[in-house]
Design a protein around this ligand. Structure first.
Ligand code: CTP
Ligand code: CA
Length: 224
């Protein structure tokens, strides 16, 4: 529970949050994307702001409008997201990567609209940059870095592997096996893991309440 009086716990802190999907161009009119709504990231940005942080939200396509007082950078592709994050990350005390970044993109987006001239079409894909892993690799002492893991099997071991490999402080596991959790919904069910092997499982809740659970875990992690 937050105290009703006294300075806000994140006053003077800067937070960077990513939200929503990325769109990777196939040609000038088509893209590869996913069903992320941006609601979880937006809720996190709003909550961090309420706790006193100044917040930059790097938002993928379709992320709902943000309230006044948040700095917002709209991006499209994984490569745009990386560029925006690299700009803000050095000053960030807290970074939460809730975006559903595309893992692959067309290796050579067509310059013109692709015509339906052939019975089948093959598009070569290449990996996108891993934004979170890039930030993890340049993390300084005092920075808190939080990632998400979306899994459908071996949830715990896959999430812990990402926590370690991407040099995170906390990872938020989203299981698509849980009813009401994940993309498009207004609710989510999460489990948070830290580097000490502590695991905290939460009930299904509105994404706004999930955001305050995640922020409470961040405050605890920071010793605030
Ligand atoms: N992420 C990222 N850049 C990417 C892919 C993922 O920054 N190109 C971030 C996501 O925002 C999330 C975390 O990495 O915070 C984990 O994303 P997830 O899709 O669960 O894992 P991946 O590392 O992409 O591995 P895989 O999809 O194979 O499980
Ligand atoms: Ca992925």
């Amino acid at each position: 529970q937050q105290k009703l009086t006294g300075p806000l716990p994140l006053a003077g802190k800067f937070a960077l949050v990513t939200a929503g999907p990325t769109y990777e161009a196939i040609d000038p009119v088509r893209f590869i994307g996913n069903h992320s709504s941006g609601k979880m990231g937006l809720a996190l940005a709003v909550e961090l702001h309420k706790l006193g942080a100044s917040v930059t939200l790097v938002a993928g396509p379709g992320t709902p409008a943000s309230p006044e007082g948040l700095n917002r950078v709209n991006i499209r592709s994984a490569s745009d997201m990386l560029q925006a994050c690299l700009e803000y990350y050095p000053a960030a005390d807290i970074t939460i990567m809730s975006a559903a970044v595309a893992d692959y993109r067309p290796a050579q987006p067509a310059g013109q609209k692709i015509k339906k001239n052939s019975p089948t079409l093959t598009i070569d894909l290449e990996k996108t940059p891993d934004v979170l892993a890039t930030l993890g690799a340049q993390k300084r002492p005092g920075q808190t870095l939080v990632g998400f893991a979306l899994e459908t099997e071996h949830e715990e071991s896959y999430a812990l592997a990402k926590l370690d490999k991407k040099n995170l402080d906390l990872i938020v596991l989203n299981s698509l096996n849980d009813q009401g959790a994940g993309f498009g919904t207004n609710t989510n069910k999460i489990t948070i893991f830290n580097r000490n092997g502590e695991k905290t499982a939460f009930d299904l809740k509105p994404k706004t309440a999930v955001a305050s659970d995640i922020c409470a875990a961040v405050l605890r992690q920071m010793g605030l």
